[in-house]
Design a binder for this molecule. Structure first.
Ligand code: F6P
Length: 373
């Protein structure tokens, strides 16, 4: 019997998604003789049964394209907004899965998608996920597609910032994406030779950062590049945020939970302009002029790197192999040269953060990079 599979992309887009769609689709349809349809705009398209043809001609020529031909969205199946109200749409998803006679649903996404996929698996659907995100923070996989491309873009930006910072004898504080993980700032900071790298996983002391810049000044280097991850915070703010998060986790009733959530929202708003605040404070503490560059969504745009095309193709084709074997309820993880299935329960709800003693951090410290710790 011909197997029918559905595929969707969810969460923030990332380079390599189309390469992965192509990998799954060509292997599933061309190699195994299955049939595949797409759902548009993440889980919302599945709820609304907005399907897309995924025949060979649709899959041709997309390997090098950025973004996702299917569209994406950050909707959660169990809390989807319709007419301003949040509704649990998982039953509708199950109905549409059955109506389309699917044998499996392939979900391409980051941490949030792994959680959503697990919930659908618990509703009885055959699910396989692939790990994508520029943040590289999905648990149980060596890497995620999208990361390598974003790493290249952020590194190129730091290279370019060097010459202007050097010419004007300035500090340039460059904010790099990564959500609450520092992989992208760390990797591009090292590759681009940033003088200071600030990560969410290593809360920093402002005076220590200023000291590192003043030390460079004394040795005749009158410019500095500070690569700051979007989630990085000074020690005091990090402590306050962690305490509020713990209160939210331990909250015994609705009221306590609401209060902790409000505290977190207030802290979040106060930290929203962290990069600008950091730049101003460094100006005051070092006497050097400082400028801010926020790389933002540039880091997610454009054609995927060769490494991401390769990773996405490897994981995508391995996904088709798993469908052929009837092996479901897993994420296809990258482990060295292998693509291995990992139970969704072991992935969902976990984040791969930078260990403060990670070899990349140690190497950066050996070449004199300050982490402000
Ligand atoms: O998860 C990828 C990511 O780019 C994060 O680095 C960033 O925090 C977030 O998405 C931005 O989300 P949005 O595109 O919804 O603004």
């Amino acid at each position: 019997m011909t197997k029918h599979i559905g595929i969707l992309t969810a969460g923030g887009d990332s380079p390599g998604l189309n390469a992965a769609i192509r990998g799954v689709g060509k292997a599933a349809q061309g190699y195994y003789g299955m049939q595949m349809i797409g759902f548009r705009d993440g889980f919302r398209g599945l709820v609304e049964n907005r399907t897309a043809r995924m025949d060979g001609d649709v899959l041709s020529g997309i390997l090098t394209r950025g973004g996702t031909i299917l569209g994406t969205g950050r909707d959660k199946p169990h809390r989807m907004t319709f007419g301003g109200k949040k509704q649990d749409m998982t039953d509708t998803i199950v109905e549409n899965y059955r109506a389309n006679h699917l044998d499996a649903l392939i979900c391409l996404g980051g941490g949030g998608t792994q959680k959503n996929a697990l919930q659908l698996m618990q509703k009885g659907l055959n699910i396989i996920t692939l790990p994508k995100t520029i943040d590289n923070d999905v648990a149980m996989t060596d890497s995620t597609f999208g990361f390598d491309t974003a790493l290249g873009i952020a590194t190129d930006a730091i290279d370019r910032l060097h010459s202007t910072a050097h010419s004007h004898h300035r500090i340039i504080v460059v904010e790099i994406m990564g959500h609450r993980a520092g992989w992208l700032a760390l990797g591009s900071g090292i590759a681009g030779g940033a003088d200071v790298i600030l990560l969410p996983e290593i809360p920093y002391d402002l005076e220590t950062v200023a000291k590192a810049i003043r030390k460079r000044l004394r040795s005749g280097k009158n410019f500095s590049i500070v690569a700051v991850a979007e989630g990085a915070l000074p020690k005091e703010q990090a402590l306050l945020t962690r305490a509020a998060e713990e209160r939210k986790l331990k909250a015994e009733d609705k009221k306590a939970r609401k209060q902790a959530k409000q505290e977190l929202a207030i802290l979040g708003a106060a930290n929203a302009n962290h990069t600008v605040w950091l730049s101003q404070r460094l100006e005051e503490l070092t006497g050097l002029e400082s400028r801010v560059t926020i790389l933002g969504h540039l880091q997610r745009g454009g054609t995927p790197s060769a490494a991401d095309r390769l990773l996405a193709t490897r994981l995508g084709t391995a996904c088709a192999d798993l469908v052929a074997e009837g092996h479901y309820g897993v994420m296809v993880a990258a482990r060295g040269e292998e693509a291995v299935p990992v139970p969704l329960e072991e992935v969902a709800g976990r984040k791969k953060l930078v260990p403060p003693d990670h070899p990349w951090v140690e190497s950066a410290k050996r070449v004199g990079t300050s982490f402000g710790d």
